[in-house]
Write a protein that binds this ligand. Structure first.
Ligand code: SAH
Length: 403
């Protein structure tokens, strides 16, 4: 019997506003939303919440040291959380993807998308046979053995990697957890396929779990729009948008990134796809803001998909200005009839603020335009609550030349 069992169930009562939020499906309970609890809680144990009439409200994972004190697993009718609970959730995640996202030509996808799919603070991505589980909430470490076992049963990976978000590495180390392969060790870099295009994923050390799977459908949209165009991929990273543009028949594709490492990785991705390696291709290593403002080059399709420009709430306003400046500079490099695809992955910048910033750039640019579409995440990244909707992308077409 663990210490927490000996002490009895951890029971919480919430303030009314938090209770309403939980009832409407919000997955987080902040520390200051807890009105009372029967005892101190331990990270990883289950906390049961009751309403003021002492009826079951919800059950979740307790995090003793996090401002998000409870991550909800279930609300409504009482439910027991046991191995089968996780097994069924994981099976449902797989079933939602098999045959539509994971199909011929695609063996890389997000399998579990955190809160939105019943695993709050945890994501799992598959790259060919390598499953990468990334944990953002320390509570998972307390039940890692059970979860690992369930994931092996449901997803049947050849290799399994545990990755930890920076804020929990210290806690994890205290429990004897480090990042890396669990079980048999595989390669640091895995080659997988997405819609028939092969890419490297830096599964052990790369950002997130090794690749930006969330932009998959926007990459396909770029492919549809690229024919006959000179394409500039700003913040090109591993060349995701670039290879799709090449397959879509772009006249030329230019990768622009500040990092040599990123440009090299894009070059390797081209060599993994010999049928695309023939495209007229340029690589520019430079600061994107300066280069766009100073270079005299013009293009017919420009993608701006920068790293998060607001890592914290206090950077939000500065980020909105940066999006406006970046996209104005990009618009000024577009020819008549040119397309701008502007994206933002900053969770702290709302869709409204981001689209507002792009609109500001369009106004400042002064030329007539029409908006073709707006999209968020690919469907393997469902976002069931506002905070999970970090990805935004908009496509606009310029009607006249800016130069
Ligand atoms: N668009 C990419 C993801 C971008 S990741 C994709 O679809 O996969 C962010 C990239 O921006 C990284 O490769 C990083 O090296 C690059 N970067 C960061 N700051 C930059 C800057 N000031 N100028 C140009 N590139 C930059």
């Amino acid at each position: 019997m663990s210490g927490s069992d000996a002490k009895g169930r951890l029971r919480l009562e919430l303030f009314p506003r938090a209770e309403t939020a939980v009832r409407s499906g919000h997955p987080w309970v902040y520390a200051d939303s807890i009105k009372s609890q029967n005892r101190e809680g331990e990270t990883g144990e289950l906390a049961v919440m009751y309403d003021k009439k002492d009826r079951f409200l919800a059950i979740g994972l307790y995090e003793a040291d996090s401002p998000i004190r409870v991550r909800i697993l279930h609300y409504g009718k009482p439910a027991g959380i046991h191995r089968n609970w996780w097994l069924e959730k994981a099976q449902a995640c797989l079933a939602r993807r098999e045959g539509n996202i994971l199909k011929d030509g695609t063996d890389g996808a997000r399998l579990i998308s955190g809160e939105s799919e019943g695993f709050p603070g945890l994501v799992a991505d598959i790259y060919a046979g390598t499953l990468v589980v990334k944990i953002y909430a320390a509570s998972w470490l307390a039940r890692w053995e059970e979860i690992e076992d369930v994931f092996r049963e449901v997803f049947r990976p050849q290799y399994l990697i545990l990755r930890l978000s920076r804020n929990i590495t210290q806690f994890a180390a205290g429990m004897g957890f480090t990042e890396g392969f669990h079980g048999e060790a595989g390669e640091e870099t895995v080659v997988f396929s997405e819609n028939g295009i092969r890419f490297e994923a830096a599964v052990l050390k790369g950002q997130k779990t090794g690749f930006f799977l969330d932009q998959r459908d926007n990459r396909s949209r770029v492919e549809q729009l690229a024919a006959g165009r000179d394409v500039l991929n700003v913040f090109s990273f591993t060349g995701g948008f670039s290879l799709y543009a090449a397959r879509g028949g772009a006249r030329s594709v230019t990768d622009l990134d500040i990092s040599r490492h990123a440009l090299d990785s894009a070059a390797r991705n081209y060599s993994l796809n010999p049928s695309l390696a023939g495209v007229k291709r340029h690589a520019v290593q430079a600061d994107a803001f300066r280069w766009l403002e100073e270079s005299g080059e013009n293009y017919d399709l420009i993608i701006t998909d920068p790293p998060s420009l607001a890592k914290r709430e206090s950077e939000r306003e500065g980020a909105a200005r940066a999006y406006a400046r970046l996209n104005l500079a990009a618009l000024r490099r577009l020819r008549a009839g040119g397309l701008l695809i502007a994206a933002s992955c900053s969770a702290h910048v709302s869709a409204e603020e981001f689209y507002g910033a792009v609109e500001e750039a369009l106004r400042e640019n002064g030329l007539p335009f029409r908006e073709l579409w707006r999209y968020g995440h690919a469907p393997d990244h469902p976002a069931a609550f506002r905070e999970a909707e970090y990805l935004k992308a908009v496509c606009v077409e310029l009607k006249e030349t800016a130069i």
